[in-house]
Design a protein around this ligand. Structure first.
Ligand code: MN
Ligand code: MN
Length: 402
């Protein structure tokens, strides 16, 4: 009975091509990747791997939380951006540090307090909640601490070979500086440093901090002129028949000059339309649901990948792609780019704004298609005859809400 409901998938296409897999095999993984096991007939040619799951990434476990990362070491094509998935407990601290890459963050669940100080001695402190972003420019020192209940977030760095384990940290510098130098630098006797950590702390369990007003430090130079926080989920979404889109880049989050992003919701039965990006590679993070993406490259190449919550996807610069919701709940995912602007080219809009005689002769199509082309962009479309009525609250908020 169970087998009838959930048959073991076999690498056999409807037309009979293929044959049963006699094993050894990992049936759970085959079931998670139906389009690798039985690729659509339209797949062809050679394209590199464009999927890596955070569940396949090495965990760093520390008092106060954990982290894991997807970089070029895990996903070699992902050269523009590296991603870190981090959890901090209530009071857990990602220690004071800085790095050469910018840091863009999306809060998935819970709350954290972040602090930073710029080169002019202007400081920043803010509490970051679900759907909020922060951005630290390159070289700017910062801290992150989980508030009551803790949190989990995604960090993006504008360099695929970045590692969060190779940053410049406060404890590391102290540990590798002679005591007499520390004494001279701070004007205190060297016994003041007798209990400092012996090396990089990275993460530790601290106390849950007091309310923000009680912790903020007054700077004679004031606060940073551009906010390092942005409330992405609070933006009014662009609404389309197949879902919603929230775009964030340097036009509405001015300090974020190196990462642009779109938070996309695809309803069941919906699809992120056929499109590409004229500015850079796309680094994706799947927050909820199940999806399938086909990427089209040059020389008759196309390959399909299956994604679910916690997966990273990637699309090389200018390669065509679309993303289908293959599940029964909303797909929420982030499209991110190493760029100051979000930019996409819609296949549909491009064709609608090109002389119809050219499209007609190029594709051998008639008025059925030509008259349906849209001059206005619909980033998320829906299958004909499929209507989804979103609840008052989105799927993601209902799933993740407190
Ligand atoms: Mn950092
Ligand atoms: Mn895209």
């Amino acid at each position: 009975m169970l087998l009838e409901k959930c048959p073991v998938p076999q690498p056999i296409r409807e037309d009979g091509a293929g044959a049963t897999d006699l094993g050894p095999r990992d049936i759970m993984r085959d079931m998670e990747n139906p389009d690798l096991l039985v690729p659509p007939r339209t797949d062809a040619g050679l394209l590199p791997n464009m999927k890596f799951s955070f569940s396949d990434a090495h965990m760093i476990l520390k008092p106060g939380g954990w982290s894991r990362e997807v970089t070029v070491r895990e996903l070699p094509i992902a050269k523009t951006i590296a991603g870190v998935n981090m959890r901090l407990t209530g009071g857990g601290v990602r220690e004071a540090h800085w790095h050469r890459q910018s840091e863009w963050a999306y809060m998935i669940l819970g709350w954290a307090r972040v602090t930073a100080v710029d080169q002019h001695g202007r400081n920043f402190i803010a509490d970051i909640g679900p759907g909020d972003l922060w951005f630290f420019p390159p070289g700017i020192p910062h801290t992150i601490q989980g508030l009551e209940g803790g949190c989990e977030f995604l960090l993006l760095f504008d360099d695929g070979s970045f590692s969060d384990l190779s940053t410049l940290s406060l404890s590391d510098w102290f540990a590798h500086t002679p005591r007499d130098v520390l004494s001279a630098n701070f004007g205190v006797p060297d016994w003041a440093f007798s209990n400092i950590p012996a090396g990089q702390v990275y993460m530790y369990q601290g106390e849950i901090p007091p309310p923000l007003e009680c912790q903020a430090v007054q700077s004679p130079n004031g606060t940073v002129p551009q906010s390092l926080k942005h409330r992405l989920m609070a933006q009014t979404p662009l609404k389309f028949p197949g879902g919603t889109v929230r775009i964030v880049d340097s036009t509405n989050f001015p300090v974020s000059t190196t990462i642009a992003a779109a938070l996309v919701e695809i309803y069941p039965g919906g699809m992120r339309e056929l499109h590409w990006h004229p500015n850079n590679d796309e680094w994706q993070y799947y927050i909820s649901g199940q999806a399938r993406m086909t990427v089209m490259g040059p020389n008759s190449s196309a390959r399909t990948f299956d994604y679910r919550a916690g997966d990273v996807g990637y699309v090389p610069f200018a390669f065509g792609h679309y993303i289908q919701n293959t599940g029964t709940e909303c797909v929420w995912f982030l499209e991110t780019f190493k760029s100051d602007r979000f930019a996409d080219v819609s296949l549909n809009q491009w064709m609608a704004l090109t002389p119809p005689q050219l499209i007609s002769s190029n594709l051998n199509v008639g008025p059925d298609l030509l008259c349906s082309l849209r001059k206005v962009k619909w980033p998320v479309v829906t299958y004909p005859g499929y209507t989804y009525y979103p609840q008052e609250q989105s799927c993601m908020l209902r799933k993740g809400g407190k």
